[in-house]
Design a protein around this ligand. Sequence first.
Ligand code: 5GP
Ligand code: MG
Length: 167
Amino acid sequence: MGITRLPEVGALLARLQAAMRPAVTENTALVGIHTGGVWVAERLHAALGVRFPLGTLDVSFYRDDYGQRGLHREVKRSCIPFEVEGRDIVLVDDVLYTGRTIRAAMNELFDYGRPARIRLAALLDRGGRELPICPQFVGAEVQPADDEVIALIRDEGGGLRLAIERK
Ligand code: 5GP
Ligand code: MG
């Protein structure tokens, strides 16, 4: 098993945009999860128009394995430049796996206020869920082998591409 061919990021973003365009309103806010999710959220935000705000979350402190992983050198700051109370929020991540990151992101969001709704957009869904979390918008489903990590790479010009790395 494993991945033989990776999809183009442009095609995945186009699919997400098409699904999200009719589903967002002026009460929507996008929230990208560091780091890959922020890159994806920035692209979606630019493509869908600036009618609604964009925020970012770093969930390192909220992860349930924080004690094991410790603090990474590059913990980013979360930035939520809008009122969370009553908002229609779409969390955005690059790769959805066990669901633990999304659980942590929701916990952090609730510290800011009580959203009206939270939905989830993922560029790739690699399965393997350990929590009852299901994305509403997905670029593609992939089935990598256990030792395969899908890296989202941003080159200097800002272009995004996918690569497979072995653990
Ligand atoms: P989860 O918490 O659902 O197990 O993992 C999702 C988080 O870990 C996401 O923020 C995602 O960026 C990262 N992640 C998990 N698996 C992969 C992978 O194969 N490739 C990349 N780029 N990120 C991954
Ligand atoms: Mg990530």
